[in-house]
Ligand binder design. Structure first.
Ligand SMILES: Nc1ncnc2c1ncn2[C@@H]1O[C@H](COP(=O)(O)OP(=O)(O)OP(=O)(O)O)[C@@H](O)[C@H]1O
Length: 356
């Protein structure tokens, strides 16, 4: 059973002025999030990501549909029920949202105060968390004495204070430099792996998804346009919006400007072979080209590794008899996806659609 389940969930904000339409920030989302997963919610600004995630801890009420968290439809909860729900969900923000007047320890202790933990237990928990995030020596510092990365560590420690089962991270690394981003992502990964916390990360960076997520959902205009295991979505994106995000970190089938640039330098036949896991042995590809007396040069592409599974797109320039090229690409297309990209030299184009 999923830990969180959206069933045709709609969230509308009131119309900004009289006579205008309400703003439909979340538009009929159905999505399941498994316990123990790290789900990346990716989309452009305004896609509805923050709103979707704020529904989970009922910071915003759902307009229609059902939202099941740990077996309970939270759209039907009383105020008391909502308080209990929220105490089981931690949240980290892009701008950290720390109290500047409180010490680091005081910030981490705050949710424990709200949850009425006795002082001795509170102190012990704060100490444990400070150690866990590597800030034991900063207990009495104030937030303005910390770097961005340290502030986010405090943010994470505070979010984990009451031992929540779910952690929501809204652009938690967007304000940080690359090294600090890595440290914070590593900490989130540890929270998932060591503490078993189910994490939902909102991001507009595919790299964040690639580094820590097990699952991904792509949002566009309030809808989930694609979702699934990170490996599946990255290696074979079905939706154009997903493909655009994937292309930001994976060199795929060259198109547009990158194809034009390749053509300038490589007038022969260009073809991309896309493969997953053990679909294709690269040595076998070269052997096949060699046997058909095709001259081959690898001109673009790469292989990606996502949690032990690999996929890649390799673009070759091929020179040889057009018939031999067509036949060989057709053979390869039986084991991998082949995209024939044409040839700049007009003398020898192979039949359109000869290999796909
Ligand atoms: N409190 C609010 N009141 C009215 N409209 C809102 C409110 N919060 C968000 N919206 C609108 O809902 C839509 C989705 O916004 P949301 O912040 O959820 O998107 P997002 O994908 O998280 O974007 P960003 O990455 O910029 O935060 C936008 O059109 C936004 O203007």
């Amino acid at each position: 059973m999923p830990l969180i389940e959206f069933r045709d969930v709609v969230k509308e904000y009131p119309a900004p002025k009289r006579g205008a339409e309400p703003i439909r920030a979340v538009d009929g989302v159905t999505l399941e999030i498994e316990a123990g997963s790290v789900t990346g919610i990716i989309g452009y600004s305004g896609a509805g990501k923050s709103t979707l995630v704020r529904l989970i801890n009922a910071l915003e009420p759902v307009s229609s549909g059902e939202l099941i968290v740990d077996g309970t439809d939270i759209t039907k909860l009383s105020e008391r029920g909502l308080r209990k729900l929220r105490s089981g969900i931690g949240m980290v923000f892009q701008q950290f949202n720390l109290f500047s007047s409180r010490t680091v320890a005081g910030n981490i202790a705050y949710p424990l105060h709200l949850a009425k933990w006795p002082k001795a237990e509170r102190d012990a928990r704060v100490k444990e968390l400070l150690d866990w995030v590597g800030l034991a020596d900063k207990a009495n510092a104030h937030p303005d004495q910390l770097s961005g990365g340290q502030k986010q560590r405090v943010g994470i420690a505070r979010a984990l204070a009451t031992k929540p089962a779910i952690l929501l991270a809204d652009e938690a690394t967007s304000a940080l430099d690359p090294q600090t981003t890595s440290d914070v992502l590593e900490l989130l990964k540890r929270a998932n792996e060591e503490l078993g916390i189910t994490i939902i990360v909102i991001t507009h960076e595919m790299d964040v998804v690639k580094r820590i997520a097990t699952d991904v959902a792509v949002m566009e205009k309030g809808r989930i346009v694609e979702s699934g295991k990170v490996f599946d979505v990255f290696s074979k994106p079905e939706n154009p919006a997903t493909a655009r995000f994937v292309e930001t970190i994976v060199e795929g089938v060259p198109r547009g400007d990158s194809l034009a640039l390749l053509r300038e330098r490589h007038p022969g036949h260009l073809a991309t072979v896309s493969f997953r896991d053990g679909d294709v042995d690269q040595r076998d590809l070269f052997r096949r080209f060699g046997a058909a007396r095709i001259d081959v040069e690898l001109v673009a592409g790469g292989v990606q590794d996502i949690r032990g599974r690999s996929f890649g797109h390799l673009t070759f320039e091929l020179e040889g008899e057009p018939d031999a090229i067509e036949r060989t690409l057709r053979e390869i297309s039986e084991v991998a996806t082949v995209t024939y990209l044409g040839a700049a030299s007009a003398s020898a184009t192979i039949r359109e659609g000869g290999a796909e």
